[in-house]
Design a protein around this ligand. Sequence first.
Ligand SMILES: [Zn+2]
Length: 317
Amino acid sequence: MKLPLLAWAVTRVGVAAALSALSCLPVAAQGVDYSKLDIKTTDLGRGVYLLGWQGGDSLILVGDDGVLLIDTSVAAMGDKINAAIAKVSTKPIKVIINTHAHADHFGANAALAKGGAAIVAHDTLRERMAKGFTAFNQAIPPSAPAALPTVTYADAMTLHFGGETVQLFHPPNAHTDSDTLVHFKRANVIHASGTIGGAGGYPFFDMGSGGSLAGTIVAEDKMLSLADDRTRIVADEGDPASTETLKASRDMLVTLRARVKKLIDEGKTEDEVVATKPTRDFDARWVHPGNFVTGDTMTRLAYESLKGVTPATTPRR
Ligand SMILES: [Zn+2]
């Protein structure tokens, strides 16, 4: 799967962009060789470690009796994730949490749950995995029974694991319609399930998977309600974001929404809205080389979300 397909998917929502990396899209679809990806392990304290590579990063929580793992990337990364965990703990994986229905967040479920781990996810994620779905115009076949979540929830859930309180929250229609925000209370770490931008860039909401601008703002507000000034917020890639970055992202989205809504109310077309450059004062902070979400892209995503434009890919339900 090469870039033209991704370019098609992105263009379909009216977005033409220079593409080199898209968080949440399996890196194979970006022409990246998984065998060459190295996992960088970062100790976030209190038993929590970030396993980072290029998109779809994982978190682990190491307890006395076992390991809790957030997200399992694609199948080809299973052995590397196992090896990275083994450097930190020899205990078995007891719990896996899948944050959302993008293929690079649950692909190695079966292999990593083989030792008997429970797999926890939002109700909608299990539904999608069981039936198969489409995201980024990529057809994801039904998952094998061994890969399916064994514990699902609707709105919120709390796990008690290794002395940590792990709170799960579902923000509706945010990055996707199956997101789980994960809050490690003691470690003061939140996994954002793609609702903040990777590596400090603009956030991306996948309207083809039920995501939306409004829902992303609600998700960021929820995380702000959980955070203090020392919280680390984990995106799909890059170093964890600070609460200040999260707050700035939320404020940027709220301002952009108001600007684009005003232009829509004035009767402007999508191209006319883009031409006014409503992100002009935001781009210096939120556009990075390698991040496909440019200011114009962000404007189009905001416009289309506010207008309820038919998304690029309609997931099979
Ligand atoms: Zn994603």
